[in-house]
Design a protein around this ligand. Structure first.
Ligand code: SF4
Ligand code: SF4
Length: 272
């Protein structure tokens, strides 16, 4: 079984590479290593796949990654299909799909697998798709010829640091902050109020010169049925259950309507 074929690279759905698990271990905590060992006994090789998501853009208040169908479900479906084919070809081996909440250092793994360089903003930058990619992996105890790529860095132009509202401070990153539940501190609330989006943040990607001319996705799940914006009217009166029924397959669904509602209220100057 050709790993590349199994992941439909030829149809432009993703880019794919392989790295040895050994190379990743120094970048994992003891808890992460133990957590992975509980799910697969002898991890030896990591197959890394990138799923490009850039689609034709309309103005909106949701991050570009969150406008199509939930990438976790899309990537998992592709990876599970590939894993099934691999299991059939190697019945004595285990194949674990990880597309959500992975204990692996995914960006580093993708760079080790030769899929791109690591940007100062911490994102993987693929030469064709830029940083507009989701990363998924299949961990296996099968020995595969792994590439030995030393992770390269980006152009180091500093544009992302200059454009970032928090100077690339991970503890205040708007991508996480807009998704955070509960009450925000004054500082956090001020950042969300001044931010153009209510879910996620694209700023450091939009200014990155390595993203200029990034190829668009061919994945129908990311191209069709896009939701670019949400308003308070869209969320009006929805319980969490009703919200999930209305938006069953979106990357923002898991958090329920509360953070989105709070962020929208902050942006119109109201106290949530
Ligand atoms: S996602 Fe936004 S807040 Fe986070 S590092 Fe990039 S520009 Fe800064
Ligand atoms: S904006 Fe410049 S420094 Fe930042 S990730 Fe892109 S190339 Fe690297």
């Amino acid at each position: 079984m050709n790993i590349v074929d199994s992941l439909s690279v030829s149809r432009g759905l993703c880019a794919c590479g392989v790295c040895g698990y050994e190379a990743l271990q120094p970048h994992m905590t003891e808890a992460q290593r133990r957590g992975l060992a509980r799910r697969i006994a002898h991890p030896r090789t990591v197959i890394v796949a990138l799923f490009p998501y850039l689609a034709p853009c309309a103005p909106g208040n949701l991050s570009l990654y969150a406008r199509g169908r939930d990438y976790h479900a899309v990537a998992t479906a592709h990876l599970e299909a590939a894993a099934q084919a691999l299991r059939a070809a190697h019945p004595d081996c285990s194949f674990l799909v990880l597309a959500d909440d992975s204990p692996l250092p995914e960006v580093y793994a993708a760079a080790c697998a030769g899929l791109g360089c690591i940007g100062e903003n911490g994102l993987l930058i693929h030469p064709v798709y830029g940083s507009y990619v989701f990363i998924g992996t299949i961990v296996t105890d099968l020995a595969l010829p792994a590439q030995a790529h030393a992770p390269a860095s980006c152009l180091s132009c500093g544009a992302c640091r200059r454009a970032c509202p928090v100077g690339l401070d991970k503890s205040l990153c708007l991508s996480a902050l807009t998704q955070q539940g509960g009450i925000l501190t004054e500082e956090q609330a001020a950042l969300v109020r001044a931010h153009p989006l209510i879910w996620g943040c694209d700023t450091c990607q939009l200014v990155c010169p390595m993203n200029r001319g990034a190829a668009q996705t061919t994945e129908p799940a990311f191209l069709q049925g896009q939701i670019c914006s949400l308003s308070l009217a869209d969320l009006d009166g929805l319980t969490r259950r009703q919200f999930t029924q209305k938006y069953p397959d979106r990357a923002f669904t898991w958090r329920g309507p509360a953070p989105l509602r709070r962020n929208l209220m902050l942006k119109q100057g109201d106290t949530p």
